[in-house]
Design a protein around this ligand. Structure first.
Ligand code: NAD
Length: 477
């Protein structure tokens, strides 16, 4: 396969002035491409381009912006097979998931194509009959966007689509492990007719790039999807310029399996969701709190289903879950398991690198029980194939455990009495809850967290507001 591997600045593909770096296939650990490192000069040009591109794009009528977004969505769907292969090659997920992710990206472009046409304002009568107030929503201005390595197509897509719909330009910096999908997406946007300078993509040293971009007066908004730690860094940088910010940060999602839940169905749903993308999903269920009434059956079924999973390269027919994205991520997962094991947790299945896979960042889907509160896996986002299961007798205590972390992204409740499940859901300190299912990330729904999981939303009718400023004019009429 050939990959787009240069910087996109002002509609041109450029070699960066820095030392290029390798992108590895996580299933082989072998390099698949060399990507550019942007220098200060490259970043300055990208910022100038975004300043010009922002003016050009804000002047395009929303109806025309919408048409272009639809065209981009259609091209994504047409090429989902090839583009999904790029996602799989750099990220490791199964090809079916890679292709699915490109389609999800297309869905976001379609959603925001509609939203672009519905940027309404309002008119408020003045204090006197000869005046009135007009309230409009204007593009916030050039955006610096930073995306993580777990969904290298869908997450840049939902930022780019929202920004374009609102009339904003962007400098996008994708994750170092997985920059190729975003570069391919930018090329697709350009081919579909996006004017030069509206979307610029830079790669390289994240700390340096973010300090230059966020520090520039050109940038009016920061949008990050990533870890809480990086969120705090970018917010601190942005504070100097009082930048608008959207922070889609990490989570540690509790799942409450209530006493009247069907333990077998709940365990099957849990396994299907938990090990998707090798557990590298911000809303991945990551703390299973299970009522003593159904605990034994739930755990037995969870282990049975987990042991059936086929772990292998994303491109191999039959693989159900791939490797972790990087050696760094696998080391972090190994540390969490060793910490828990060392403190007395039981590893019911997994707990080691995948046998028979000497290369690739594989780790076996793992179920942990007999956990105590001092074990790191209960408070640190595992972001890997770990399912820690805690038995509870008292629902109030379980809810306290669920809410006892700094993050608050997603939560899940399983129970037969749906009204009771909804009452429990209402007590979870999270931005999103799903009852009797794991479905949350949808273009038509506002995705976002509370507490240290951040603020702002992607999707829903809220999503576009993150890229708009309110202007109010009080004038004679
Ligand atoms: P990360 O925080 O390491 O990286 C995210 C982005 O920040 C990347 O572009 C990266 O290059 C950049 N970055 C890294 N170090 C930086 C630094 N020192 N200064 C400035 N920028 C820096 O995250 P990751 O490992 O790629 O992704 C996993 C994290 O993302 C998890 O915590 C996960 O929960 C979170 N996530 C959140 C959501 C959401 O919507 N809430 C979605 C997906 C992933």
């Amino acid at each position: 396969m050939t990959y787009r591997n240069q910087l996109l600045v002002d509609g041109e593909w450029l070699d960066g002035g820095g030392t290029p770096f390798a992108v590895l296939d996580p299933s082989t650990e072998r390099p698949i491409a060399e990507v550019q490192t942007a220098t200060d000069d490259d970043l300055r040009r990208a910022l100038e381009a975004a300043a010009r591109g922002g003016k050009t794009w804000a002047a395009v009528a929303p109806w025309d912006r919408s048409l272009l977004l639809r065209e981009i969505a259609a091209r994504m769907r047409d090429r989902a097979g090839d583009l999904g292969a790029i996602v799989t090659a750099e990220q490791g997920k199964t090809l079916a998931e890679g292709i699915g992710e490109v389609r999800v990206g297309a869905d976001y472009f379609d959603w925001y194509a509609d939203e672009a046409r519905r940027i309404y304002g309002r008119v408020v009568p003045g204090r006197t009959a000869d005046r009135r107030m007009t309230i409009t929503h204007e593009p916030v201005g050039p955006v610096a966007a930073f995306t993580p390595n777990n969904f290298p197509w869908a997450l840049p897509a939902r930022k780019v689509a929202a920004a374009l719909a609102a009339g904003c330009s962007m400098v996008l910096k994708p994750a170092e492990d997985t920059p190729l999908s975003a570069l391919a997406m930018a090329e697709l946007c350009q081919d579909a007719g996006l004017p030069a300078g509206v979307l610029n993509v830079v790669t390289g040293d994240p700390a340096h790039i973010s300090s230059v971009l966020v520090g520039s007066p050109v940038i009016r908004k920061i949008s990050l999807t990533g870890s809480v730690a990086v969120g705090k860094l970018l917010l601190a940088l942005g504070a100097q310029g009082v930048k608008r910010a959207s922070m889609e940060l990490g989570g540690h999602s509790p799942v409450l399996v209530l006493a009247d839940a069907d333990p077998v169905a709940a365990a099957r749903a849990a396994v299907a969701s938990k090990f998707r993308n090798c557990g590298q999903v911000c809303v991945s269920p990551s703390r299973f709190l299970v009522s003593a009434a159904v605990y034994d059956e739930f755990v037995a079924e969870m282990v049975r289903q987990t042991e059936k999973l086929v772990v292998g390269p994303g491109t191999e027919a039959g693989s159900e879950t791939g490797p972790l994205v990087s050696a760094r991520r696998r080391a972090a997962v190994e540390e969490l398991v060793e910490d828990a094991r060392g403190k007395g947790a039981k590893v019911l299945t997994g707990g080691e690198r995948t046998p028979g896979r000497p290369s690739g960042y594989y780790y076996q889907p793992t179920v942990l029980t007999d956990l105590t509160p001092d074990m790191r896996v209960l408070t640190e986002e595992p972001f890997g194939p770990l399912a820690p299961v805690v038995r509870f007798d008292d629902l109030d205590e379980a809810i306290e455990i669920a809410n006892g972390v700094e993050v608050g992204l997603a939560g899940y409740v399983f129970g037969t009495d749906v009204l009771e499940a909804e009452r429990v859901a209402a007590r979870l300190d999270v931005g999103m809850v799903s009852v009797n299912s794991y479905l949350l990330a949808l273009p038509e729904a506002p995705f976002g967290g509370i507490k240290h999981s951040g603020y702002g939303h992607e999707g829903g009718s809220e999503g576009i507001l993150d890229y708009l400023s309110v202007r109010y004019v009080n004038a004679p009429c």
